[in-house]
Design a protein around this ligand. Sequence first.
Ligand SMILES: C[S@@+](CC[C@H](N)C(=O)[O-])C[C@H]1O[C@@H](n2cnc3c(N)ncnc32)[C@H](O)[C@@H]1O
Length: 286
Amino acid sequence: VTLRETIAAAAAQLAAAGVETPRLDAELLLLDVLGRDRGWLLGHRDDALSDEDRRRFDAHLHRRARREPVSRIIGEREFWSLPFRLAPDVLDPRPDTETLVEAVLKALDGGARPLRVLDLGTGSGCILLALLSELPAATGIGVDISIDAARVARDNARRLGLDDRARFVVSSWGAALAGRFDLVVSNPPYIASAEIGTLAPEVARFEPLRALDGGNDGLDAYRAIAAQAQELLAPQGRIAVEIGAGQGAEVTALFAAAGLDALARHRDLADIERVLVFRPAAQKSP
Ligand SMILES: C[S@@+](CC[C@H](N)C(=O)[O-])C[C@H]1O[C@@H](n2cnc3c(N)ncnc32)[C@H](O)[C@@H]1O
């Protein structure tokens, strides 16, 4: 059986299971088994699949048909063009979150200053490590309440050669931290608890609940972070948070009540308001 035939049959099976991008997913899973990239496949569609690879591919396919995301099956996701390892307790990084990285880089006047960065709810470490990869003089701390997430983030830092500038701490938001940061970033859990069951199976069944659940109205994490922001920020510091669709006004009000002024809002590729940037209200001068 050729790779072409294998992909066609697998794509039909995934489509029947309700997978949105069946052909692409079938190709990615097969390429993971073969240890090849998509460019290679162009010239090898008529190659035969060995029995051993067939068995491994069938196991991948079975998991995907049960709606486990491709990134979880292959254990890796690209974010900001960098590879990140995943684990069950770690959110699969989203392209939307790259908006946060872009917004922060835009808010900075160049990357030469030795900035201190804090990432609250670091998960895979993707936001902090993407920023450190762009800001060669910066150092950072990634915090997560999950020990497994902190371990995976540390491992990702080591694989990316950024471990000399990144540390990871297990803490509920900033509770275990001392000192102030030039930049605080966060993509906290922001789904209202009752909505989680209505999300696609890939999210509802396979993402860690702690990474999704924002409490009754989805805003619990913003309340906790806003309450700590003044103590975590340096005098000229900035805090940038990712938000869920339609949460902009409420999150802005929560931060305003905690003494933080909105500086900028950014939309994601789907034109949804996705990132808010704040600064301590005391900095009224130029
Ligand atoms: C939406 S995920 C974001 C992960 C990663 N920063 C990203 O953008 O892909 C939220 C993260 O916050 C963490 N988290 C939830 N509650 C927390 C708390 N009280 N303190 C610290 N981290 C928390 C979760 O474990 C999860 O890793």
